[in-house]
Design a protein around this ligand. Structure first.
Ligand code: ARG
Length: 588
C-alpha cells in the first residue's frame, strides 16, 4: 500500500508542475502547527528565489491547482508562502479501510531483502547478566524485529564472551576444589562424563571467588593464565570442561533471555572464531597489511581526514597472544564465510565506539569484507540510577539482572492487587507482562545513544509516556470490543465511515502514518520513533474515547464503523509493541 504521504506528495507535485514550477519544490511534511493544518509544504519559499517571485504568489498558484483534488478538504496559501493542507475525511477513511483489510496493515515488504547479522546480548559465560547486558538485549531484539517486519533476513547472534582469562580462572578454582576430576588427569584418553561436574549456582559462585582470589595471589593468577593458555591450545580435559561450562551457562542464559522475550538465531561465541585466527593473521602479514610495532603485530587504521587520534589495530600481542580485536575480526571472517551478510550491526555500550571504529577500518582495509558490506555500530548509553550515577544495588554492587527484574515484577504485582480483586496466579502473570513493558518501553523510548535514568516509579506508572500506559490503552480497547461482541453485534462487514469529530480524525491521521513510521525507524535504527508513535496513538485514542459514547450509540452503522476503527487501533498498537518486544495482557 502506498504511504499516505506519497498520495499527498503526488498531488502537490502535479500542482507545482501545472503551475509551471519545478516539482523538486513539492516537498510535503507533517504539519508542525497541527492547530492550523495536517500537512504542509514550504516549497514556495525556496522556489521564490529561482523564479524571482513573491513566495505567496507561487503558493497561491499552486493552491489554485490543487483545489479540486479529491484527497484534500482544504488547501490554503498563507503568508509568507506556506501551503497548508487538510485531508478529505472520506479519502482518509477509505485509506484506513484498506489498511484494516491488509494483514500487514499496508506495510509492504522490501523488494530486495538484505541479510543482516545483528550482534547483541554479549553476555559473558559464567558471569551473571547485569544491567549493562539488559540494554543490548532490549535494543537489539527490537531492531531485529523491526528489520524482520520490513522484510530483511535478520540473524541475531548472542556472541558469547566465552574466551579468555575467566575460563582459566574457573578451571583453576575447580582444580583446587576437585583435584580428582578426570579432566585434570594428564594421560586420560577415554570419554569424559556427559554430566557437568558443577551446577549453575556453583559456577556463578566459583567465578567471582576465583577472580577476587587471583587479584591477591599472583601465583594463582599465573596458574589461571597458564590454564587459559593450555585451553586455548587444545588441552583435551580443559576443552571438555569448557563444553560443560558452556552448556550449563547457556541453559541458564536462555532462561534469562526468555524471560525478557529475547531470542537469538545463533548462539555463537568468541571461541567459535578462534580457528579462523591463524589463517587470518597469515593473510594479513602476506598481503602487507600488518606490520610489527614494538614487538606486536598491528594494522594501521588512521586516515588523513581524522580529527582525533585513531590508534593502530593490534592483532597479536608481543607474546603472540590474540586479543578482543583479533576475535572480533576473526568473527567477521567467519560470518562472511557462513552467511555472506550485506550488513553487520553491533549493539554494544557506546564506550566501545573507538574500539569498533578500529575493527571496522581494519576489516575494510584488509578486505575481510566486501567494499559495500556495511559495518554499523549502534552504541547505547548508560542506564543510571535516580542519583544520575550508573545503576547499582542498594549495597553499591553491580545489579544482577535477575534481581532487578524480580523487584519490578513484585512492584507491579503490588499495584495490580491494589487496584483489582484478582486471583494471585493471574495477578502474577499479568504483573510479569506489564513489568516487561515498563522496563522495555522505559529503555526504548530514549534514543539508544543517550544515557537514561532508570526510574522504576515512573516506568511502572499507568499514566504518562510509559509501557503500562500503552498496555492500558490496548486493554481498554479489548474491553470495549468484547462488550460490543457480548451485545451480539457484528461489525465484520461494516465500513469505516468518515470521521465524525476532530478527535476521531486525529486518531485516523495517526493510524495512517503506520507504514512511514516503520520504514523510518528501520532506516534510522530508531525504536524510539516507534515508542513516540504509539504514545501519540494512545493519546489520540483516549481523547476520542472520552468524547465518544461507543457502546451506547444507537446508529448501528456508525457504531460498527467505530468498532472497525478500534480494531485497527488495537492491531496497530499490538503490531508495534511486538516490534518493541513485549505484549499486552487481556486485563490489567
Ligand atoms: N562480552 C562483551 C561485554 O560484556 C560484549 C560483546 C560485544 N560484541 C562484540 N562483538 N564485541 O562487554
Amino acid at each position: 500500500m502506498r504511504k499516505i504521504l506519497d498520495f499527498i506528495t503526488n498531488e502537490v507535485v502535479a500542482a507545482f508542475r501545472a503551475s509551471g514550477y519545478d516539482e523538486k519544490y513539492a516537498k510535503v511534511t507533517l504539519s508542525n502547527r497541527p492547530d492550523l493544518c495536517e500537512y504542509q509544504c514550504n516549497g514556495a519559499l525556496s522556489a521564490a528565489k529561482e523564479y524571482k517571485k513573491a513566495p505567496i504568489i507561487i503558493a497561491n498558484e499552486v493552491a489554485e491547482n490543487i483545489n479540486g483534488s479529491m484527497i484534500f478538504s482544504e488547501v490554503s496559501a498563507v503568508q509568507p508562502g506556506f501551503l497548508n493542507m487538510k485531508l478529505d475525511t472520506k479519502f482518509l477513511s477509505h485509506y484506513l479501510e484498506k489498511m484494516q483489510m491488509d494483514e500487514r496493515l499496508g506495510c509492504e515488504k522490501v523488494e530486495n531483502p538484505k541479510t543482516i547479522i545483528i550482534d547483541y546480548g554479549g553476555p559473558n559465560v559464567a558471569k551473571p547478566l547485569h544491567v549493562g547486558h539488559l540494554r543490548s538485549a532490549i535494543i537489539g531484539e527490537s531492531v531485529k524485529r523491526i528489520g524482520k517486519f520490513v522484510g530483511h533476513n535478520m540473524i541475531g547472534d548472542v556472541h558469547l564472551g566465552d574466551w579468555g582469562l575467566q575460563m582459566g580462572l574457573i578451571i583453576t578454582e575447580l582444580k583446587k576444589r576437585k583435584p580428582d576430576l578426570v579432566y585434570f588427569q594428564d594421560e586420560f584418553d577415554g570419554d569424559y562424563p556427559k554430566e557437568a561436574p558443577f551446577t549453575i549456582a556453583e559456577l556463578e559462585e566459583i567465578y567471582p571467588t576465583a577472580s577476587a582470589y587471583s587479584k591477591e595471589h599472583p601465583e594463582y593468577k599465573a596458574e589461571a593464565m597458564d590454564a587459559t593458555f593450555q585451553l586455548q591450545n587444545g588441552k583435551r580435559g580443559y576443552q571438555a570442561l569448557l563444553q560443560h561450562i558452556l552448556t550449563v551457562s547457556v541453559n541458564d542464559l536462555k532462561k534469562n533471555y526468555e524471560n525478557l522475550n529475547v531470542s537469538f538465531e545463533l548462539w555463537k561465541g568468541e571461541s567459535d572464531a578462534q580457528p579462523y585466527i591463524p589463517d587470518m593473521v597469515k593473510y594479513m602479514k602476506e598481503n602487507g597489511y600488518a606490520h610489527i610495532s614494538d614487538g606486536a603485530l598491528v594494522v594501521d587504521v588512521k586516515e588523513e581526514t581524522d580529527t582525533k587520534e585513531i590508534p593502530p589495530c593490534m592483532i597479536l600481542k608481543s607474546d603472540g597472544a590474540s586479543l578482543y580485536n583479533t576475535t572480533d575480526l576473526a568473527t567477521i571472517v567467519e560470518r562472511m564465510k557462513l552467511f555472506n551478510p550485506d550488513e553487520i550491526i553491533y549493539v554494544v555500550d557506546k564506550r566501545q565506539e573507538l574500539y569498533f571504529e578500529q575493527v571496522f577500518r581494519c576489516a575494510k582495509k584488509t578486505k575481510l569484507v566486501e567494499e559495500d558490506t556495511k559495518l554499523q555500530f549502534l552504541g547505547f548509553g548508560t542506564m543510571n540510577g535516580k542519583d544520575g550515577k550508573p545503576f547499582k544495588t542498594r549495597e553499591g554492587g553491580v545489579m544482577r539482572l535477575e534481581l532487578l527484574i524480580e523487584s519490578i515484577n513484585d512492584e507491579m504485582y503490588q499495584k495490580i492487587v491494589q487496584n483489582h480483586a484478582v486471583e494471585e496466579e493471574e495477578a502474577r502473570k499479568t504483573a510479569k507482562i506489564v513489568a516487561l513493558s515498563a522496563v522495555k518501553y522505559g529503555d526504548l523510548s530514549n534514543q539508544a545513544s543517550k544515557d537514561y535514568i532508570f526510574d522504576i516509579d515512573r516506568f511502572t506508572s499507568f499514566e504518562g509516556n510509559t509501557g503500562p500506559y500503552i498496555l492500558y490503552t490496548i486493554v481498554r480497547i479489548k474491553s470495549i470490543l468484547s462488550k460490543y461482541m457480548q451485545g451480539g453485534r457484528d461489525a465484520s462487514k461494516a465500513s469505516v465511515l468518515p470521521a465524525a469529530s476532530d478527535s476521531e480524525k486525529s486518531l485516523m491521521l495517526e493510524l495512517a502514518k503506520f507504514n512511514s513510521i516503520i520504514e523510518n525507524s528501520f532506516e534510522e535504527i530508531a525504536p524510539h520513533k516507534i515508542c513516540s508513535y504509539i504514545y501519540d496513538i494512545a493519546n489520540a485514542f483516549n481523547r476520542f474515547y472520552h468524547e465518544t459514547k461507543i457502546i451506547s450509540e444507537e446508529n448501528h452503522i456508525q457504531q460498527a464503523s467505530w468498532i472497525k476503527l478500534l480494531e485497527l487501533t488495537q492491531k496497530v498498537l499490538e503490531t508495534n509493541i511486538d516490534l518493541l518486544g513485549f505484549s499486552a495482557p487481556d486485563r490489567m
